[in-house]
Design a protein. Structure first.
Length: 108
């Protein structure tokens, strides 16, 4: 697999990180994906995808402050990198180009 390739689930997670800008973390990404997909999403799958994308340079992360309501644990926030945005742009162009090749016929 190309180190800069982006799988379908990774693409959805990366789009969500980009949409949430500096406020994306595991649970917020999970909630947004479940709302858009209309089905449950495994939080572990999100964390694995985020780790892979960080290794590929698509996202960076930072820790938020310690809060009592999280039992003293900190949230890990994710932000899309410029390389991640370029990769999403390429995916968009590819998908849009292929979609435009569909003949204008009725499927009704």
């Amino acid at each position: 697999m190309n180190p800069s390739s982006l799988g379908e689930f990774e693409e959805l997670v990366l789009l969500t990180v980009a949409a949430q800008h500096d406020q994306a973390y595991g649970v917020s990404i999970k909630d947004a994906l479940e709302e858009h997909l209309g089905k449950p999403v495994n939080i572990s799958a999100i964390h694995v995808a985020l780790k892979r994308m960080a290794e590929k340079g698509f996202v960076t992360s930072r820790f938020g402050g310690i809060t009592n309501d999280r039992g003293g644990r900190r949230k890990k926030f994710y932000v899309i990198t410029s390389f991640g945005k370029q990769t999403l742009d390429k995916q968009f162009e590819l998908r849009t180009g292929l979609y435009r090749q569909i003949p204008k016929i009725s499927f009704g």
